[in-house]
Design a protein around this ligand. Structure first.
Ligand SMILES: [Zn+2]
Ligand SMILES: [Zn+2]
Length: 61
Protein backbone atom coordinates (compact mmCIF):
# COMPACT_ATOMS: atom_id res chain seq x y z
CA UNK A 1 0.00 0.00 0.00
CA UNK A 2 1.29 3.45 -0.86
CA UNK A 3 0.16 6.18 1.53
CA UNK A 4 2.03 8.86 -0.51
CA UNK A 5 2.73 10.57 2.77
CA UNK A 6 5.83 8.91 4.19
CA UNK A 7 9.43 8.85 2.97
CA UNK A 8 9.32 5.14 2.20
CA UNK A 9 6.33 5.57 -0.14
CA UNK A 10 7.75 8.74 -1.73
CA UNK A 11 11.30 7.45 -2.18
CA UNK A 12 10.87 6.70 -5.90
CA UNK A 13 8.24 9.35 -6.62
CA UNK A 14 8.94 12.35 -8.84
CA UNK A 15 7.10 15.61 -9.39
CA UNK A 16 5.57 16.58 -12.74
CA UNK A 17 8.82 18.44 -13.42
CA UNK A 18 10.84 15.28 -12.91
CA UNK A 19 12.35 16.16 -9.51
CA UNK A 20 12.49 13.61 -6.70
CA UNK A 21 9.62 14.41 -4.39
CA UNK A 22 11.88 13.99 -1.35
CA UNK A 23 14.15 16.75 -2.66
CA UNK A 24 11.31 19.24 -2.98
CA UNK A 25 9.22 18.44 0.05
CA UNK A 26 9.91 17.97 3.75
CA UNK A 27 7.99 14.91 4.88
CA UNK A 28 6.69 15.06 8.43
CA UNK A 29 4.61 12.65 10.44
CA UNK A 30 0.90 13.33 9.73
CA UNK A 31 0.08 12.51 13.35
CA UNK A 32 2.64 14.48 15.37
CA UNK A 33 4.22 16.74 12.73
CA UNK A 34 7.81 15.73 13.57
CA UNK A 35 10.21 14.96 10.73
CA UNK A 36 12.30 12.59 12.90
CA UNK A 37 9.30 10.51 13.98
CA UNK A 38 9.79 6.98 12.55
CA UNK A 39 6.22 7.12 11.23
CA UNK A 40 7.27 9.96 8.90
CA UNK A 41 9.90 7.66 7.35
CA UNK A 42 7.66 4.59 7.08
CA UNK A 43 3.94 4.50 7.72
CA UNK A 44 4.26 0.95 9.07
CA UNK A 45 6.32 2.20 12.01
CA UNK A 46 4.53 3.54 15.06
CA UNK A 47 4.30 7.26 15.74
CA UNK A 48 6.48 8.18 18.74
CA UNK A 49 5.32 11.79 18.99
CA UNK A 50 8.98 12.70 19.33
CA UNK A 51 11.49 14.72 17.29
CA UNK A 52 14.51 13.24 19.09
CA UNK A 53 17.56 12.16 17.10
CA UNK A 54 18.51 8.51 16.66
CA UNK A 55 15.06 6.98 16.64
CA UNK A 56 15.06 3.43 15.18
CA UNK A 57 13.72 3.34 11.64
CA UNK A 58 13.91 7.06 11.03
CA UNK A 59 15.90 8.46 8.08
CA UNK A 60 16.99 11.34 10.32
CA UNK A 61 19.62 10.30 12.84
ZN1 LIG B 1 3.68 5.27 3.42
ZN1 LIG C 1 4.63 10.88 14.67
Amino acid sequence: MNCENCRECLRDATTHGGWPVLATRMVVCPTCGNKRCPHATNHELACTGSNDRGQPGSDYQ
